[in-house]
Ligand binder design. Structure first.
Ligand code: ADP
Ligand code: GN1
Ligand code: MG
Length: 362
């Protein structure tokens, strides 16, 4: 494959231990192109960074270096950036007039990433780990960080982007997703509680991960305890509700994000509870009453937001998320909107669950 040769050439620029033996595709990320590099000494993760999504790779890598160095100094396992031979944190090169960026991390061995929750305990452990990660970031100087994607979780702004894509309907696809479009239009007025709270100060602005799906955490392959939170590209000022909600969106589902058979897709209240137990155990000392109150809503919000983003990308011709077949983004949209509607119906029940968990902790 052509791109393997491209990666091989780029790998030459890095300070690697040993001779490169093999390079092959790895993982299930939707944004960067990720490959596993094996030398005769060790393994690495090499990524072609998505410069369509991340317009400023220099500040992005600066963010990652700041955060990983601070975590390392605290003795917390994290990504380790492998420098280039000229001591840069990534390789930026010009190919046929286009900028290309590559980075390499040490492969974190003896870990596993889950694409779906297989066990309540694993999900609870991931909740605890993302909560603890939130605590580590609390002492981080936010002024050092660049906002890598402005308005990333500004859901009302995402709604406006959706409206533009719908109006343009560049690929004449709106006719194939009428029900999904109707769902989003009908929920327009439910999308602003977190941005409004951040604006009026009733929700604190914190440094957050912003992309807390289960495959962005490495679990120990023997104990299933969390080892490292990865995919640090979107660490930026935000709300902890984004982190909680996004984990529930991905993990508290009975099926994969791109399951085609919607009969298999349900929101699982027990999984919500397991995650909330782990997360609250880590953050109960710092969470505010308003944040606690909005935890269930955040699951609804982030799931709707993600469905809306998939739909926007579908309408725009699949330019953002990596897709494997023509209506992949539409399939993803349908699972997200089904989950969002089930979460919405369960909000009161989820509220009681969260309150019970919290009362036991304090
Ligand atoms: P994307 O932004 O495209 O989601 P990620 O940085 O999340 O890319 O990487 C994709 C996948 O590669 C992860 O879900 C994980 O399985 C794997 N991965 C990434 N970094 C490492 C690492 N340092 N060690 C082991 N596995 C990794
Ligand atoms: C992307 O990078 P990855 O695959 O972990 C996306 C998230 C979405 C998620 C949906 C930078 O996450 O925001 O929630 O896909 N990341 C970015 O699966 O847009
Ligand atoms: Mg990822």
């Amino acid at each position: 494959m052509d791109y393997i040769k491209e990666f091989k050439d780029a790998a030459e620029a890095f300070e690697l231990d040993g001779e490169v033996l093999e390079i092959c595709p790895y993982g299930e990320g939707h944004i960067n192109l990720t490959l596993l590099v094996t030398t005769n000494k060790k393994r690495y993760i090499m990524q072609k960074m998505n410069t369509n999504v991340f317009a400023n790779p220099d500040s992005l890598m600066k963010n990652i270096c700041y955060v990983t160095e601070e975590l390392e100094a605290k003795g917390i396992e994290t990504l380790h950036v492998v420098p280039t031979k000229s001591k840069a944190p990534f390789l930026k090169r010009n190919k046929d007039g286009k900028m290309e960026c590559f980075r390499i991390y040490d492969f974190i061995e003896n870990t596993i990433t889950y694409q779906k929750v297989t066990d309540k305990e694993i999900f609870c452990n991931s909740g605890k780990a993302f909560g603890e990660f939130q605590n580590y970031l609390a002492s981080f100087d936010a002024s050092l960080l660049t906002e890598t994607i402005p308005n990333f979780h500004n859901t009302p702004k995402r709604y406006l982007d959706f409206e533009v894509a719908l109006k343009q309907d560049k690929f004449n696809r709106a006719k194939d997703c009428k029900e999904e479009i109707e769902f989003i239009l009908a929920h327009k007025d439910t999308l602003s509680k977190v941005v409004e709270g951040l604006r009026d100060g009733s929700i604190p602005l914190r440094v957050t991960h912003n992309d807390t799906k289960l495959n962005n955490i490495l679990m120990d392959e023997k104990t299933n305890q969390a080892r490292a939170v990865i995919d640090l590209d979107t660490i930026m000022p935000g709300s902890m509700l984004y982190d909680f909600g996004d984990s529930i969106r991905f993990g508290a589902s009975t099926a994969a994000e791109d399951e085609k058979d919607l009969n298999k897709v349900h929101f699982d209240v027990e999984l919500f509870k397991a995650y909330a137990e782990g997360y609250c155990e880590a953050v109960y000392k710092s969470i505010t009453p308003r944040e606690l109150e909005l935890l269930p809503y955040s699951a609804y919000l982030l799931t709707t937001e993600c469905g809306m983003r998939f739909l926007t990308d579908y309408l725009s011709g699949d330019t953002y998320f990596a897709t494997k077949y023509p209506d992949h983004n539409l399939v993803r949209t349908k699972t997200q909107l089904k989950l969002a509607s089930e979460i919405e119906k369960n909000l009161e029940k989820l509220q009681n669950i969260v309150q019970d968990i919290y009362k036991k902790l304090i």
